[in-house]
Design a protein around this ligand. Structure first.
Ligand SMILES: O=P(O)(O)OC[C@H]1O[C@](O)(CO)[C@@H](O)[C@@H]1O
Length: 241
């Protein structure tokens, strides 16, 4: 894993965006995208750039079960607001959180088919405080594919900051599995802030274990981790930018 330590989130996000721009210039066509607060600055860079997405396909990691695309907490809405409105892709895939209410297995199977038909060239990831990637919580099998995830109390609490109150946070999501994520040819994972420091340390330096889903990234041959000083503060090795 290549580790880039940036002075702050803005410079880290610029470096992250540069990796995507370069990868697209070199022929990447299928782009895996993430939500959460981590990628917002990277998406700002993207919308302000001259990059043209009209020949690209995007595939998002996850969506809450039960939220319509026009719900301002849905990941459909998030992507529209932060990237797609200004930089539309040829086609953008996000799991169908409404179909998933009645048919989570069918929704997940549809999404696995989409990923199989559109192998991901480069995938963006954030990192949960407990080491989760997308909504794959500790204990998720490394060979998992798209599935319905029951959100843990920790994640519901962490994400409640975006909702009016904690009871509005959906209890489950449709989420790419760890095997889907690992199938991407290249991965960029970003983490900023001291609340991510422990997860970063375990992901990079700890054992590869399903208890820390992101630790599997140690086994991927083309991963770049971008962190700020705070998120890097528990790493024991000195990684130079
Ligand atoms: O970027 P944030 O908001 O810190 O969230 C970290 C991770 O948690 C999630 O929001 C899921 O809870 C992921 O989508 C994200 O990668």
């Amino acid at each position: 894993m290549k580790v880039i330590i940036s002075s702050d989130k803005t410079s880290g996000s610029k470096k992250g965006f540069a990796i995507f721009k370069n990868s697209i210039a070199n022929g990447s066509k299928v782009i895996g995208l993430a939500t959460g607060s981590t990628p917002v600055t990277l998406y700002q860079e993207w919308t302000e750039s001259n990059l043209d997405n009209s020949n690209l396909i995007s595939i998002n990691l996850d969506e809450y079960v039960g939220l319509t695309p026009d719900n301002d907490q849905s990941y459909h809405y998030f992507m529209q607001k932060n990237l797609f409105a200004k930089k539309p892709f040829k086609h953008s895939y996000i799991p169908d959180g409404i179909k998933a209410i009645k048919d989570p297995e069918g929704t997940a199977a549809d999404y696995n088919k989409i990923i199989a038909e559109n192998p991901i060239d480069i995938q963006l990831l954030g990192l949960g405080q407990n080491g989760h990637i997308a909504f794959n919580e500790p204990g998720t099998p490394f060979d998992s594919v798209t599935h319905e995830v029951q959100l843990t109390e920790n994640t519901i609490k962490a994400n409640s900051r975006f909702f009016n109150n904690i009871d509005e946070v959906p209890k489950s999501a449709i989420c790419m599995g760890i095997a889907n994520i690992m199938s991407a040819k290249e991965i960029v994972i970003m983490a900023f802030g001291d609340n991510k420091a422990e997860a970063v340390q375990k992901m990079v330096e700890g054992p590869v274990t399903e208890e820390v889903p992101a630790s599997i990234l140690q086994k991927h041959e083309n991963v770049t981790l971008i962190v700020d000083q705070a998120a890097a503060s528990k790493l024991s090795t000195n990684y130079n930018d």
